[in-house]
Design a protein around this ligand. Structure first.
Ligand SMILES: Nc1ncnc2c1ncn2[C@@H]1O[C@H](COP(=O)(O)OP(=O)(O)OP(=O)(O)O)[C@@H](O)[C@H]1O
Ligand SMILES: [Mg+2]
Length: 450
């Protein structure tokens, strides 16, 4: 069995002795120090699976140490020990991310149990990290990340259609990854070595669209000083990606249809037809059926383009993919920027899954990048997200905190009562509240003896 390194911090020599003896017997490697300052130095030079610290210490307190550890390595569990178990201390520690707290005199069985639980959780996390790269293989198809059922289906479709010549229409909201899918189809096809040419129908002014698509001969119109090869011709033997096809003007739709039917083009001002072998993939975030109904898009062209449809769901319809995508963007940034940020704090991941992502994957990518740039720590915390996400997290977090704190309070009261043989006066002294307050709390929590 692997020996775990544990750091124990207490200013009382006796406690250090007892705790470290107990732990060594149980096969832990134990380091002991007597102040937070020394603990921080040890922590920075070693790797611990667990830290146990007294709250009350000379100089920096155990809470200060807890904060320090959580800002550097939030995954390392910290167990707090407190002499007088006041609710305020324990709650404060739990709020700041302590794994658990124990009251003095420390019961060794309880200590060992809490430690075991903490280390198991810590190891599970580490295991998850090494699983990550394995999962990637399964959940990644030529740069597209997705483990959700609809994305896995899209991977299957890509595998099936990429080797054919069928025209493909990719539909999905802005930022869902339409261009990424188009590229994946191309690079998974036997045209991969040939050109992939993107034509953005929304970006090219309609006056020059025809000559962009089909090219022109020298002297075809005023200003045509040279022959120009069009984008379709440039894509010969490869793939052409007609992005935002819904924006293509209606008379050009007719010319495009003709090309799709005859697989031939005529350069503007040219006399002879040139036959081309081009695979056509189109994409749109418009509802083309509606456009057809509104007579803004030719029905015959719609059917020509839409031999196979790939519909990419919005990000809010596949929240399973969010953590995977967020981590993927983080890894990419680590490679490019040279910083090392290993993950996100839990409330950040929660905010990610609760948000509705109108800008889809592109928005997520931007949010991660922004946080990456701003964040000085090894994990990204909530405050580096845009305010729209922070507000959402606060709404959820407050509810969760309230529930968590009530739970902690109940446990502390039961503990104090047990310790004092259900003497409410003594228990209220330990808890640092009045006897009357204690009675109310006992009633509210429904605590009964035995
Ligand atoms: N499943 C995914 N895995 C990894 N990255 C993704 C995924 N989906 C989208 N992206 C990234 O998100 C960004 C937006 O993707 P893309 O440009 O393909 O979207 P789009 O649907 O074409 O958007 P628009 O409609 O606005 O043109 C890109 O940087 C892309 O790499
Ligand atoms: Mg696009």
């Amino acid at each position: 069995m692997q020996k775990h390194n544990v750091l124990v911090v207490d200013d009382e020599k006796n406690i250090l002795k007892v705790v470290s003896m107990t732990l060594r017997k149980k096969n832990y490697n134990v380091d002991t120090v007597r102040s937070s300052e020394e603990a921080i130095e040890k922590f920075n030079n070693n790797s611990y699976a667990l830290i146990i610290t007294d709250i009350k210490l000379p100089g920096k307190t155990g809470i200060d140490l807890l904060e320090y550890v959580k800002s550097r390595e939030p995954d390392v569990p910290v167990i707090m020990i407190t002499a007088f178990g006041t609710i305020a201390n324990a709650i404060n520690a739990m709020k700041k991310g302590a794994f658990n707290y124990l009251t003095k005199p420390v019961n060794t069985d309880e200590l060992l149990n809490v430690m075991k639980e903490a280390i198991e959780k810590y190891e599970l996390r580490n295991e998850n990290i090494s699983l990550k790269s394995e999962l990637k293989q399964k959940y990644m198809f030529s740069n597209i990340i997705g483990k959700s059922a609809p994305m896995q289906e899209i991977f299957d479709t890509i595998r099936m259609v990429s080797k054919t010549h069928a025209n493909i229409l990719i539909v999905g909201e802005s930022g869902t990854g339409k261009e990424l899918v188009a590229r994946a189809i191309h690079y998974d096809s036997n045209r991969a070595e040939k050109p992939f040419v993107t034509i953005d129908c929304a970006a090219i002014p309609s006056e020059i669209m025809e000559s962009e698509l089909f090219g022109h001969e020298k002297g075809a119109f005023t200003g045509a000083h040279e022959r120009k090869i069009g984008l379709l011709e440039l894509a010969h033997n490869g793939t052409v990606f007609l992005d935002e096809i819904g924006e293509l003007e209606i008379n050009l739709q007719k010319k495009l249809l003709r090309f799709l039917q005859e697989r031939e083009i005529l350069r503007v001002g040219g006399g002879s037809r040139i036959s081309l072998n081009v695979r056509v993939i189109a994409a749109t975030n418009k509802n083309l059926e509606e456009e057809v109904k509104g007579k803004r898009f030719r029905e015959d062209l719609f059917y020509r383009l839409n031999v196979v449809t790939v519909k990419i769901p919005s990000l809010r319809e596949r929240i399973d993919d969010i953590p995977l995508l967020a981590n993927h963007f983080l890894e990419q940034l680590n490679k490019i920027e040279g910083k090392l940020i290993t993950g996100f704090e839990d409330n950040v991941t929660d905010a990610f899954s609760g948000y509705d992502w109108p800008g889809n994957v592109r928005e997520l990518e931007n949010v991660v990048e922004r946080a990456y740039v701003l964040c000085p720590n090894v994990t990204i915390s909530l405050k580096y997200l845009p305010s729209r996400l922070i507000n959402l997290a606060h709404e959820k977090g407050e509810l969760f905190d309230r529930m968590n704190l009530l739970d902690t309070e109940k446990r502390l009261i039961i503990q104090a009562l047990t310790q004092t043989g259900w003497n409410q006066s003594k228990a209220s002294v330990i808890l640092g509240i009045s006897r009357k307050q204690l009675m109310t709390k006992i009633k509210n929590h429904g605590i009964t003896a035995g």
